[in-house]
Design a protein around this ligand. Structure first.
Ligand code: GDP
Length: 308
């Protein structure tokens, strides 16, 4: 069975780690968000691709949910002494990934090529494709003006009110090689429990992705990042409201309207089954909180069983 997963960072990575244990990881292709990519100290950083890659490689710092375990931050301290911005923390070992990526991009290689080289070097068996080799930047509009995504997310700790979210460059961005073909040929397309606006939204904004989701011969199943009227974590609630979406699994279904076949919701949202059905979306009800490695695998298995 060929499976494709659209993925952001932290929520996606936990689900994908379970999935990679519940099926043959070589049969899984991950399409990652690059809308929250940025440049730091002259280096090209792809936070969501790295979070997924480090998690699947067993190298992620579990307590932070980003970066490498057992990291040191000497370079960051030295940069602070030079008066450079340090809100986006990069660990010393992690820097090797960003130096290598930047070196390859400057030599003219596309992001998809260097991402594939990096994941192979770290022993990750699932293919990881960036959504696009072209530059897309998610921007967040607050009452005080537009912010780069990481200024909002990391520097300002998601505190500002959100008025709008835009995907700069997405209208001109072409899907990376393999993205559309893999979606069309998949038996199953999974939308990870990721922020529908800042993680999945940029992927959907890349030309050709939405129509591939409509046309794919595989079933399309999303795992809700929302339980009740709140996200499990992070700013998905305020971002969904800014986009006119109800903060509930129904709002998630609306964000994926036109191509979503099934939505995996928590037991606490079982009562939404008929409302989802009225929107032609089948509800798959299970425990969707991934509080442990066992729960990650259990959720992945529950999803695979429900669609088999
Ligand atoms: P980000 O780029 O780090 O924000 O990564 P994602 O968008 O992939 O992950 C954030 C989303 O994951 C949030 O909207 C959370 O509600 C969701 N999330 C985090 N942990 C869990 C979990 O255990 N279960 C579910 N269903 N969603 C989760």
């Amino acid at each position: 069975m060929k499976v494709v997963a659209l993925a952001g960072g932290t929520g996606a990575a936990k689900f994908l780690r379970g999935l990679a244990k519940a099926l043959d990881p070589a049969s899984l292709t991950i399409v990652g968000n690059t809308g929250d990519d940025l440049e730091v100290w002259g280096l090209s950083i792809s936070p969501d691709l790295d979070t997924v890659m480090y998690t699947l490689a067993g190298l992620i710092d579990e307590s932070k949910g980003w970066g490498l375990a057992s990291e040191t931050f000497h370079c960051r301290e030295a940069m602070a002494a030079l008066g450079r911005p340090t809100f986006f923390a990069l660990g010393d070992k992690d820097l090797a990934t960003h130096v290598r990526r930047t070196e390859a991009l400057r030599a003219g290689h596309p992001l998809s090529r260097v991402t594939d080289d990096l994941r192979r070097s770290l022993g990750v068996r699932s293919r990881i494709l960036p959504m696009s080799d072209d530059r897309v930047r998610t921007r967040v509009r607050t009452p005080d003006g537009w912010l780069d995504f990481q200024e909002f997310f990391v520097r300002d700790r998601c505190e500002p009110d959100v008025v709008d979210v835009a995907y700069e460059g997405a209208d001109r961005a072409r899907a990376a090689p393999g993205v559309i073909e893999t979606l069309l040929e998949a038996d199953l397309v999974l939308i990870c429990p990721s922020n529908p606006v800042s993680s999945v939204g940029p992927i959907l904004a890349v030309s050709g992705v939405r129509s591939a989701l409509v046309e794919t011969r595989g079933r399309v199943v999303a795992v809700s990042p929302i339980i009740g009227d709140a996200p499990v974590s992070g700013p998905a609630g305020k971002m969904m409201r800014a986009k006119g979406l109800e903060v509930s699994p129904l709002g998630v279904a609306r964000a994926y309207e036109g191509w979503l076949d099934a939505l995996v919701v928590d037991g606490r949202d079982a009562s939404l089954t008929s409302a989802l059905g009225a929107r032609d979306v089948r509800a798959i009800v299970t425990d969707i909180v991934m509080g442990s490695a066992d729960r990650e695998v259990a959720l992945a298995r529950a999803v695979l069983e429900a669609v088999s």
